[in-house]
Design a protein around this ligand. Structure first.
Ligand SMILES: *Cc1c(COP(=O)(O)O)cnc(C)c1O
Length: 389
């Protein structure tokens, strides 16, 4: 019984021959798990895309764009920035290795080192970002395989001597990996040009730019390192959706324009904040006079929307009063979207390995694309709440 479906074959095959009807500005979103191979001999031929997990058209276009912007030879995409960082480390480390990590590293990277790498026989030691290249390399032992940098550091924005450390590390056969999320797809900093082996970025931040999509990328200096990244991505089974890759490509198109505005607004607000009585210090490497400014000027090509203030000493309830008074700045982790955000930093600073005491509480702001006078007014009334608490 039941209906007889005469068109089963047609339902499976119909429409497959429609020509691509128009050339669009951006690469088309190509969805697919199965990839049709041209003939039997090609099924097991190495060096070609034989399965969608390896990435299709939008992935290839995004990888090409990221390599071009950072001057990399190869790149792989990961589901988010944390996966890109941990993936790059897993691609290159072996049991028995020792890793030197800058102590201002993004906190989830620290957790991976302490909780996961230790289980696989890799030791991590942390060093202060203010060490010179010679002092960092003096910490290396024969088992040291990798130095991990993040410049500027998370929350407190210390600039490391990236070219100096990379050159000395290379001379000793030690790999360098950097978290270059701050560098906004290489627009403000190009680590590979400064001698770094692997440059990692969370595309979730400025490349996506709209706080609605996750992705990470690891970029390699040469083909051999690129091959190592390929293998770990393939063997661990990581992949990203074509729709998300498309959104990242779209974000890239407006990144220079957005970044210019973020950076200009941030410099203006940073200088204004310095004059507010509740602010002891503004940490913003692009701001003349800020800590890290000299190295930033030497190595970087531009600024972005991040700044951190050291407030005059007051208890935590005053910091809460400031944050809760903010109207335009949302309270949220992350940054790089079009909107302004704020967090207090002190709970995270306590998790660092070295001593990170400041004279007062730290609040990090991401300056978004809103009107600058509106942002200043919002900050001023929040500082009033701080002073009154
Ligand atoms: C946000 C961030 C990451 C992680 O990115 P996700 O895409 O959120 O996983 C890594 N490094 C830095 C410096 C970041 O700010």
């Amino acid at each position: 019984m039941g209906a007889k479906f005469l068109d089963q074959t047609a339902a499976i095959r119909a429409g497959a021959k429609a020509p691509i009807s128009a050339r669009t500005v951006n690469a088309p979103v190509q969805r697919g798990s199965t990839v049709l191979m041209p003939n039997a001999a090609s099924l097991y031929e190495p060096g070609q895309v034989s399965y969608g997990r390896a990435g299709l058209q939008p992935h290839a276009a995004l990888i090409e764009a990221l390599c071009e912007l950072e001057g990399a030879t190869a790149a792989r995409l990961f589901p988010n920035g944390v996966a890109a960082m941990t993936g790059a480390m897993m691609a290159l480390l072996n049991a028995g290795d020792d890793v030197l990590v800058v102590d201002c590293i993004y906190d989830p990277t620290r957790r991976f080192c302490n909780k996961v790498l230790t289980r696989f026989g890799v030791t991590t030691r942390y060093f202060h970002p203010s060490l010179t290249a010679e002092e960092v390399l003096a910490l290396a032992v024969p088992a040291t395989r990798m130095i991990v940098l993040e410049s500027p550091g998370s929350l407190t924005f210390e600039i490391q001597d990236v070219p100096g450390i990379a050159a000395l590390a290379r001379a000793r056969g030690i790999l360098t990996v950097i978290d270059n999320t701050w560098g906004a797809a290489g627009l403000t900093f190009k680590p590979i040009g400064h001698g770094v082996d692997i440059s990692v970025q969370s595309l979730t931040k400025y490349v996506g730019g709209h706080s609605d999509v996750f992705m990470g990328a690891a970029l390699a200096r040469d083909a051999a390192l690129g091959q190592k990244l390929d293998e770990v991505v393939w063997q661990m089974g990581w992949g990203v959706s074509p729709d998300d890759a498309y959104l990242m490509l779209r974000g890239l198109r407006t990144l220079p324009t957005r970044l210019e505005r973020h950076a200009a607004s941030t410099l203006d607000i940073a200088a204004w904040l310095q004059a507010q009585p509740e602010v002891m210090e503004v940490i913003c490497p692009a701001l003349p006079g800020s800590r890290g400014h000299a190295l930033w000027r030497r190595d970087f090509l531009g600024g972005n929307g991040l700044l951190t203030v050291v407030l005059t000493p007051k208890p935590q309830n005053a910091v809460y009063a400031l944050l809760d008074a903010l109207r335009l700045f949302g309270l949220g982790f992350s940054w790089g979207g079009f909107e302004s955000l704020a967090i207090h930093c002190d709970p995270q600073l306590k998790r660092r390995s070295l001593d990170w005491t400041y004279p007062g509480p730290l609040v990090r702001f991401h300056v978004g694309l809103e009107g600058i006078d509106d942002l200043k007014a919002d900050l001023r009334q929040a500082l009033d709440a701080y002073a009154a608490a």
